[in-house]
Ligand binder design. Sequence first.
Ligand SMILES: [Zn+2]
Length: 146
Amino acid sequence: MSTDSTDEATHADLIRGAAAYLNPIEIAGRLFGNVAAIAETPDGRRFPGVCIDTPCGTGFCAEAAAIGAMVTAGEQRIARIVAVWRDPGTGRLHVLPPCGRCRLFVSQVHPDNLHRTRVILGDHEATALADLIPSHEWPAPLDAAF
Ligand SMILES: [Zn+2]
């Protein structure tokens, strides 16, 4: 993990941007929109998304929704990504690290994303996506013959 003190202002801007899309609504006992994300391209285009928790197994995270909008617009490279959730009890905003599925999803949308995407983990913290995916390199062949 690395601290990006020089990027704090822009991290805050991205965090605030994602928070603006929070719009929790309960539908049939499932929460929609209680997590919001923004995927930002290298040229600064920003694509928001919210989580959609459906019971059919095809529900998806806010990051996936944001990336879907981004890819629909013809973009695949992600410079930065952030997801936020506001605790309804305290009203405090939290930056959420991406789940394992989203980490892999970001890495597979474009090969550059593995090392170039910065995952925002807080107002003072960000890291390369590769740091969040252990053993991500394609493995060498085994020494023994099988
Ligand atoms: Zn996820």
